[in-house]
Design a protein around this ligand. Structure first.
Ligand code: SF4
Length: 235
């Protein structure tokens, strides 16, 4: 029975999507607030944790109840959902309603991730850089520690996942990507996506805009990464 109202700061809702949870029709709940400031972040309106939420949990809950039987899944995205105090209650509520539950995370809070993993059906895990180099992208020192713990938790849990890395040539070079793929392969990652940083809107306007990403166009590099993680796809 639903007895508590999750404390979740919600910055937006996508009522219907086919691309945020593989092979599922899903709604996406965007959590407000993130502790990092990735230079290529395009969800800049979701970064400030003190910003006024745009939706209450009650409204989202009522929406989900109207979508029972019409949607397969609900995805928690952000911002960074694992920083939300009420994430566990919200995930349990969605799970108990009968939806599959997806999570988009950068693995910022491994304790919360460990709590919600038993209720998750899929995790999209953003891996920013080799763990020792996170700060060059996030702007926060030692920010690779939690993601390394979180990555292990996802892999040990048996929950379906996709690890993905956004590649901007000014932030990650070929050597970084090889180093990262090597450490992910060592952890046991089998599903990996390299995605182009193609958005024009980004937090750091000094980052150049590319019509085509030369790093991802390097066939030799992609082959070397696929030798480490065969199921690597480019997006
Ligand atoms: S982890 Fe980085 S890209 Fe994701 S919301 Fe936070 S600042 Fe933006």
């Amino acid at each position: 029975m639903h007895t508590t109202r999750p404390t979740l700061s919600i910055g937006g809702l996508t009522p219907f999507t086919t691309i945020d949870f593989p092979k599922h029709l899903a709604a996406v709940i965007f959590c407000q607030g993130c502790a990092w400031r990735c230079r290529y972040c395009y969800n800049t309106h979701l970064l400030d944790s003190r910003a006024k939420p745009t939706l209450s949990w009650d409204k989202v809950d009522a929406f989900l109840q109207r979508r029972l039987g019409l949607l397969d899944a609900v995805v928690f995205s952000g911002g960074e959902p694992t920083l939300q105090k009420g994430l566990l209650e919200a995930v349990q509520r969605v799970h108990n309603l009968g939806f599959k539950v997806g999570l988009h995370t950068a693995g910022m809070n491994s304790n919360m991730l460990a709590n919600v993993l038993p209720y998750l059906d899929w995790v999209g895990f953003d891996i920013k850089a080799p763990f020792a180099r996170y700060a060059t992208i996030t702007g926060v020192s030692s920010s690779g520690k939690q993601p390394e713990k979180s990555a292990r938790l996802v892999l040990e849990s048996g929950v379906a996942y996709e690890f993905r890395t956004t590649v901007h040539p000014q932030l990650l070079n070929e050597s970084d990507l090889l180093k990262l793929a090597t450490s992910l392969a060592d952890l046991g990652v089998q599903q990996y996506v390299l995605q182009d940083c193609h958005t024009v809107q980004r937090l750091d306007s000094s980052l150049q805009t590319f019509s085509r990403n030369d790093v991802l166009g390097n066939e030799n590099l992609i082959q070397a990464i696929r030798a480490l993680i065969p199921q690597t796809i480019l997006r």
